[in-house]
Write a protein that binds this ligand. Structure first.
Ligand code: UDP
Length: 235
């Protein structure tokens, strides 16, 4: 395997599967199966999960809700998704720990870096819920932050498109995919990979990002074993 310790970022929306909102158990089971393919090979896996399938702070704020209050709701949504994912991983017999950036001790461990690393060394998948624990951030920022903290080799952004394109491939038939692109070129071309806070944090810490289609069976294993699928963002 090319990568020994990875941080996988999954959006909340990915968990909806064919649904309009909420969590699709079939999709969760598929993801658990994909993750099992790499834990079986000894890869250490940490996961940051989003909350967009349940609640996004900006959506609440745009309807007049206090932004901080709305972001607290968003953070709790990520804990709900984390619990769902934990349960699916355990059904696939993958030992898993959920750590939350927001203290919710009856439900999840608090985030403790050294403890998270110990879990990874013991072969447990660690899910980080609650984002960064702060309003005005996204789970992309949480993903980069945690990846740096645990010394992950790479951040894998599992999405429903198979990489970064010159323009939106769902809107523009002429769009072409990059296999590799530099952080500087992403910024220069105004391409959307992550929000700027998350993206520059990754750049400053020289943490490569791979964007790939998580919904295609076998892709996660391919990426981790070093096959060139998706788009890799590097220095
Ligand atoms: N959130 C937050 N701080 C964080 C991470 C997330 O306040 O560090 C809130 C924010 O309201 C965000 C919501 O949680 O909209 C869900 O996260 P995100 O939108 O990143 O989820 P995704 O788009 O990946 O599903």
């Amino acid at each position: 395997m090319k990568y020994k310790r990875i941080l996988l970022k999954l959006s909340g929306e990915a968990l909806m599967g064919e649904r309009q909102y909420g969590i699709d158990p079939k999709r969760l089971a598929e993801y658990a199966y994909e993750i099992k393919q790499i834990t079986d090979k000894g890869v250490q896996v940490a996961i940051v999960i989003g909350g967009g399938n349940i609640f996004r702070g900006v959506a609440g704020a745009s309807k007049g809700m206090d932004r901080v209050q709305a972001d607290h709701m968003g953070m709790l949504a990520t804990v709900i998704n984390g619990l769902a994912l934990q349960s699916a991983l355990e059904d696939a017999e993958i030992p898993t720990r959920l750590q939350s950036a927001v203290k919710i001790n009856e439900v999840a461990e608090p985030f403790i870096r050294r403890r998270a690393m110990r879990h990874l060394e013991k072969g447990r998948v660690v899910i980080f819920g609650g984002g960064t624990g702060n309003p005005y951030f996204t789970t992309d920022s949480a993903a980069v932050l945690r990846a740096i903290e645990i010394n992950a080799d790479v951040i894998l952004k599992g999405t429903r498109v198979d990489g970064i394109y010159t323009s939106d491939p769902e809107k523009n038939a002429d769009a072409t995919k990059f296999d590799f692109i530099s952080f500087d070129d992403v910024l220069r071309k105004g391409l959307k990979v992550m929000d700027t806070t998350a993206f520059t944090l990754s750049q400053e810490n020289e943490l490569p990002i791979i964007v790939f289609d998580m919904n295609k069976a076998g892709n996660l294993l391919k990426v981790v074993s070093g096959e060139s699928i998706g788009t890799q963002v590097n220095l």
